[in-house]
Ligand binder design. Structure first.
Ligand code: FES
Length: 341
């Protein structure tokens, strides 16, 4: 049994098999819509179903996932029960053959904070990965489960990948496997994934907001911007609980030398001694609110835990005039078979 899904206002249509989500069916036919966590937590994939029925219990999501209207649904969950007419927030065509699987070898595994590893993987000799700055890969575990991590390197450094991995409490892979990976160990990886990348049809100033290891895809994008000489004004807010969570100060220092106009605002949320931190304190979205009266002329790229990303989105759209079309995000969701962590 299959159903036909049409995108409103276009002649684009594709089939979905029974049990397949709208998001997966679209991707299988070379159409990518916004998404991040794929598990109903981040709200990135929400769109409207204008006609047709969904399998009862799929497509839902609460206010915390940004669902506000009866015809809004999460396309990473929604399964058609009839032909559908849908209105995704955006969509574009992709080449399904561009995604490839590689055997990658651990070159270096550095512990850069008490709970963060930077893993440098190398591809086989002569092999180059193709991806856009900000996208992510999936590690395919021996039992077929997958774990998702953003590339922190820019696309021109494509003989390998750099991953910033937070050791999640209870995370079998991030806490159990990653700290023990050693030079020469081999992982299966698949890339590219995701639609968190720089939109180049805009020349608006860029506001990057990262929480913890949400810094990784932002690093890839800023490295790429500097390498390619893109001259858009940039501001970076990087939030962490404690100062050690801002684990790549040398990267930011290099950017400030290369691009002195970059504005950098580190933000710490835990109550700590004034001697240990003299900079901004509080939640990162609050720091942005305190800094800007309006961000309606910015493009905002936010990456981190779903609650942080949602707080940023709500604050800037509701209180600082940010048009929803100028907000791009990637949410890191706790470890699960398809989690972005
Ligand atoms: S809620 Fe669907 S991708 Fe996150």
């Amino acid at each position: 049994m299959s159903y036909e899904i049409r995108i409103d206002g276009t002649d684009v249509k594709f089939d979905a098999e029974a049990g397949q989500t709208v998001l997966d069916a679209a991707a299988k036919h070379g159409i990518e819509m916004p998404y991040s966590c794929r598990k109903g937590a981040c709200g990135n994939c929400k769109g409207r179903v204008l006609a047709g029925e969904l399998v009862v219990g799929t497509g839902g999501g609460g206010h915390e996932a940004g669902i506000n209207a009866p015809d809004e649904h999460l396309f990473c969950r929604a399964q058609p029960a009839s032909d559908l007419l849908i209105a995704p927030r955006s969509w574009h065509r992709i080449d399904p053959d561009a995604r490839k699987t590689y055997s990658a070898t651990v070159f270096r595994n550095q512990l850069v904070a008490s709970d963060v590893s930077i893993l440098h993987l190398r591809l086989p000799t002569g092999v180059r990965a193709r991806f856009a700055a900000g996208q992510y890969l999936q590690v395919i575990l021996p039992d077929g489960q997958r774990r998702s991590f953003s590339m922190a390197n820019a696309p021109h450094e494509n003989d390998g990948v750099l991953l910033h991995i937070r050791h999640m409490p209870g995370g079998g892979f991030t806490s159990g496997v990653v700290p023990n990976l050693a030079k020469g160990d081999v992982l299966q990886i698949e890339l590219p994934h995701g639609d968190f990348y720089l939109r180049e049809d805009s020349d608006r100033p860029l506001l990057f907001i990262a929480g913890g290891t949400g810094f990784a895809p932002v690093k890839s994008i800023i490295d790429d911007i500097i390498k390619r000489g893109i001259e858009r004004p940039m501001t970076l807010f990087w939030g962490a609980r404690v100062p050690a969570g801002l684990y790549a100060p040398e990267v930011v220092k290099k950017w400030l030398r290369q691009r002195p106009s970059l504005r950098y605002e580190p933000v710490i949320s835990a109550p700590i001694d004034a001697m240990a931190w003299s900079g901004r304190r509080g939640r990162v979205h609050q720091a942005v609110l305190e800094t800007f009266d309006s961000v309606q002329d910015f493009d905002v790229y936010a990456c981190g835990a779903p609650a942080m990303v949602q707080a940023v989105r709500t604050a800037l759209e509701d209180q600082r005039g940010l048009p929803p079309t100028q907000f791009f995000s990637d949410s890191f969701v706790a470890e699960s078979p398809v989690a972005v962590v």
